[in-house]
Design a protein around this ligand. Structure first.
Ligand SMILES: CC(C)(COP(=O)(O)OP(=O)(O)OC[C@H]1O[C@@H](n2cnc3c(N)ncnc32)[C@H](O)[C@@H]1OP(=O)(O)O)[C@@H](O)C(=O)NCCC(=O)NCCS
Length: 174
């Protein structure tokens, strides 16, 4: 698989069904689970701590995932959606979390299951988005709770990316 680079003797571990798009770079101590997708020109740099990505999660084009030396690893659990050009740094995004395009998540933050960070938001260090909450702005604040319809829409968007990744994979294979 292209785009995978060792660091300090550690090679990224990527599930066979995961999609790593051309131009993406995955470096060092990074694990990526089944049916997850890392889109064009992302960087996941697991050098000074570890990065774990669960199953069926997507990290969209141009996003950067990093960690903090011996302090903050990054965990992205299952069915997470991370929009284009996001910056995910030393934090935990629990299952079904939704990070809007261009958003920043800083050290020690936790986005609990199904929590949402709006497009363009900046979640400052140590903040916690509770399950079902929508935060927005720079610095991000609680905007409101998500409606049932939005929860379902976010889940559908994430699931859609599993299918879209398969189509890209097939197209690239010729
Ligand atoms: C937050 C979001 C869900 C919109 O929520 P909403 O409640 O429907 O917002 P509305 O469009 O009705 O606007 C309501 C107010 O919030 C503001 N607002 C909307 N989106 C905002 C955002 N991302 N950040 C800050 N403020 C926002 C609007 O300007 C408006 O303010 P006003 O009342 O002063 O005019 C949407 O902006 C968003 O972030 N979607 C995520 C899309 C994405 O990133 N997808 C990933 C790629 S697939």
């Amino acid at each position: 698989m292209t785009g995978l680079y060792p660091f300090n003797g550690i090679v990224p571990q990527v599930a066979a069904s995961a999609f790593i798009a051309p131009g993406a770079r995955v470096i060092g101590d990074v694990q990526i689970g089944e049916d997850s997708s890392i889109w064009y020109n992302c960087v996941l740099r697991g050098d000074v701590e570890t990065i774990q990505v669960g199953a069926r999660s997507n990290i969209q084009d141009g996003s950067v995932v990093h960690v903090t030396t011996r302090r903050w690893k990054t965990e992205i659990h299952d069915d997470v959606l991370i929009g284009h050009l996001a910056m995910i740094h030393g934090c935990i995004i629990e299952s079904h979390g939704f990070i809007g395009l261009g958003a920043i998540v800083m050290d020690g933050c936790v986005v609990e299951r199904g929590g949402m960070l709006a497009a363009g938001a900046m979640l400052t260090p140590g903040k916690r988005i509770a399950s079902g909450e929508l935060w927005a702005g720079r610095p991000a604040k609680l905007l409101r709770t998500l409606s049932e319809e939005e929860v379902l829409r976010n889940r559908a968007a994430s699931a859609g990316y599993v299918e879209l990744a398969k189509r890209h994979r097939e197209s690239l294979a010729g």
